[in-house]
Write a protein that binds this ligand. Structure first.
Ligand code: P61
Length: 461
């Protein structure tokens, strides 16, 4: 039986990593306020906090850095980047941004357009998207299918929109009050879960019927296309690029944190299909927010690395190995009895911590407890995707209860080996076997926005 998909690359440069002693990990975590975001990376052995900007670039990307044109305006590197984005998306207008949230902060206020009582509806808003929706004065509503919350049962496209609920929501709020529909592919917050083209078509039909703009939040659009190739009937013989193009054909705007499927350490993309007026507004607004429209907060060399990385992420051999790493870790955890979001998605394994620590209430952050224990166990840094990340109701200030309390083990691209994944699996299984010892957390310090980055916690006595 074949255990792994062997990587379609060999390693030419190495970055040493080191496991510090357990007593030092305990001290480091205490100093970090029991918040893995506050750990120093030297105190981390295997860093699974995020797949954002943490992947390894290819020799072609490193070579491309050398030809970056750092002209403030009209850089040649911008035109190289623009050509690739236009080719992949088929969209008319392209503006770079420094990363995903840079793209969000420019585009979302244009869609709200200063109006009161506006909403965005998404299968699931990622937290920065939600934050920018709220900063723009609107409200974010999630509308994913119910199957997404049942972590045990197989569904090929757990990221799908609930189309019936979507239409009900539009009728309830009225179409004039919907600033946009945001399709997050893959659906990060629920496990990197893919969305089918059939579902995207359904959303497009509803968006058209009510005259609402459809936005793709496509940080992991290529991974989504790969799942369609694998799982959706009729797409087996298409290339990832062809499927991606079909995804883009169905939307009006594409926002991307290019730190994911752009295979680069930094970068964001705004692409607009054909709305020239919106493009002009974004191009004007990006100047004070991100920078001149041909660099958008990036160096010329970043644009060159992105132009190459965007193409490489569409390679089927690369993607087959990438997705197999996630699958491998997921299978190892399931074999060890650890409950996970099943099937695994495209960039991470999400561990269901409601099942691991039912004795910890949501307001004491059960998934944070599991993350911290995994760090102590093996120096592995996961991230909480649950009530700690979700935060408070912007109107009432009450702690919101996340429908899922997840620990995300996020796999950087082309970076760790299957042996590293074994270390991660063993640590999680050990924590799972000692789960009754886990304790929850209270705040020592709670910042008002995106609090999970800088909050300090203390264990509940
Ligand atoms: C991540 F803990 N994601 O998953 P930016 N849309 C989507 C994303 O996944 C995303 C952004 C927009 C991150 C980084 C991250 O609280 C956190 O380039 C679907 O990060 O600005 C980012 O893109 C925003 C991790 C972001 C976090 C915020 O790890």
């Amino acid at each position: 039986m074949k255990k792994y998909v062997a990587p379609p690359f060999r390693i030419k440069m190495v970055e040493p990593i080191r496991l510090i002693p357990k007593e030092d990990r305990i001290k480091a975590l205490e100093k970090a306020g029991y918040n893995p975001f506050q750990l120093r990376s030297e105190d981390v052995y295997i860093d699974l906090l995020t797949d954002s900007g943490t992947g390894s670039m290819s020799q072609y990307q490193w070579a491309a850095l050398m030809i970056g044109d750092e002209s403030y305006a009209g850089s040649k590197s911008f035109y190289n980047f623009e050509k690739v984005v236009k080719d992949i998306t088929g969209y008319e207008y392209v503006i770079p941004a420094h990363q995903g949230r840079g793209a969000e902060q420019v585009v979302l206020p244009q869609l709200v357009d200063g109006k009161e009582g506006m909403h965005f509806i998404s299968n699931m808003h990622f937290d920065t998207t939600r934050a920018h929706v709220e900063i723009a004065g609107a409200r974010a509503i999630d509308c994913v299918i119910e199957e997404c919350f049942d972590t045990e049962t197989y569904h090929p496209f757990k990221g799908n929109f609930d189309l019936i609920k979507l239409e009900e929501l539009i009728k309830d709020k009225t179409a004039e009050k919907i600033a946009g529909i945001i399709m997050t592919i893959t659906n990060n917050s629920a496990g990197g879960q893919p969305v089918s083209l059939e579902n995207l078509r359904g959303v497009k039909k509803i968006a058209d019927a009510y005259g609402i703009t459809l936005v793709i939040d496509g940080a992991r659009y290529a991974e989504n296309a790969f799942f369609i190739k694998e799982r959706e009937e009729g797409y087996q013989d298409k290339t990832i690029k062809e499927i991606a193009k079909e995804q883009f054909d169905l939307a009006d705007i594409f926002l991307m944190s290019a730190k994911k499927d752009g295979l680069s350490n930094i970068g964001g993309i705004i692409a607009i299909k054909k709305d020239e007026e919106l493009f002009t507004k974004c191009r004007t607004y990006i100047v004070p927010m991100e920078g001149f429209p041909t660099y958008g907060g990036l160096a010329g060399r970043d644009l060159e690395a992105l132009a190459v990385g965007l193409e490489e992420a569409l390679d089927v051999d690369y993607m087959t190995h990438r997705i197999d790493q996630i699958r491998y870790l997921g299978d190892r955890l399931r074999e060890g009895g650890v409950p996970i979001q099943y099937p695994v998605g495209g960039h991470a394994v999400f561990v269901d911590c409601k099942k691991i620590a039912p004795h910890i209430p949501f307001g004491q952050f059960p998934a944070q407890a599991v993350c911290n224990a995994v760090y102590i166990e093996a120096g592995v840094r996961p991230v909480e995707i649950g009530s700690f990340l979700l935060g408070r109701d912007p109107d009432t200030g009450e702690q919101l209860e996340s429908p899922m309390e997840l620990m995300r083990l996020t796999i950087p691209r082309r970076t760790y080996t299957y042996a590293h994944l074994d270390v991660v699996a063993d640590a999680c299984i050990e924590v799972y076997n000692n789960r009754e010892k886990l304790v929850g957390f209270d705040f020592d310090f709670e910042p008002p926005v995106l609090r999970h980055f800088t909050a300090k916690l203390k264990p509940v006595k």
